[in-house]
Design a protein around this ligand. Structure first.
Ligand code: HEM
Length: 158
């Protein structure tokens, strides 16, 4: 039983650091960069700061995914994927999948290059696009967090 509690603690710690970082970037860093009178391209400036977090986010995503799947295995709860009342499990898995694809596939393979090209032509439009994408991911993540905490303690909003 202790291993399950340990996995849960690890899972929540990873989620706090990861989604907390996304919240800081979305609600503090991006609006601040938008308002700064920068001499350099604001997108290049943003990416220089965000690079360190992207590295942390990759490790945290791995820890959250491994601990999450371990809990499912230990609880023998795979069938929850078939139940609509476990929508919060679908939400968690969806958030994890989106970030995993962005951080491990899209970002290194094409997103970084595409953003740099677009930012050269339209720096402020590109920054606004980055900000909107962060708001969408943060909103989805917070719904998953609230749903997971309420759902795993018996409240499924239904
Ligand atoms: C592959 C991805 C994931 C899987 C398989 C997974 C699986 C799980 C499982 C099995 C639990 C325990 C449920 C229970 O005790 O009944 C849990 C708890 C939790 N998960 Fe995830 N999860 C994943 C990703 C995420 C993500 C991305 C987030 C945040 C956006 C998240 C947030 C949480 C939270 C906050 C809890 C704690 C609930 C509590 O004990 O109060 N999980 N997860």
């Amino acid at each position: 039983m202790e291993d399950l509690a340990f996995a849960r603690a690890l899972h929540v710690l990873a989620v706090v650091l990861w989604i907390g970082g996304v919240a800081l970037i979305t609600t503090v860093l991006l609006p601040a960069i938008r308002r700064l009178p920068l001499s350099e391209n604001p997108v290049v400036f943003f990416e220089r700061i965000e690079r360190r977090f992207a590295f942390q986010a990759r490790i945290l995503t791995l820890i959250a995914g491994l601990s999450g799947f371990y809990m499912l295995y230990r609880l023998n709860a795979w069938s929850r994927y078939l139940s609509p009342t476990s929508w919060w499990l679908h939400a968690m898995t969806l958030v994890w999948l989106i970030f995993t694809i962005i951080l491990f596939v899209l970002e290194p393979l094409l997103l970084h290059k595409r953003i740099a090209e677009r930012a050269e032509k339209d720096p402020h439009g590109t920054l606004a696009l980055i900000e909107r994408a962060h708001w969408a991911l943060l909103t989805l993540s917070l719904i998953a967090v609230a749903g997971a905490v309420a759902g795993s303690h018996g409240w499924t909003f239904g």
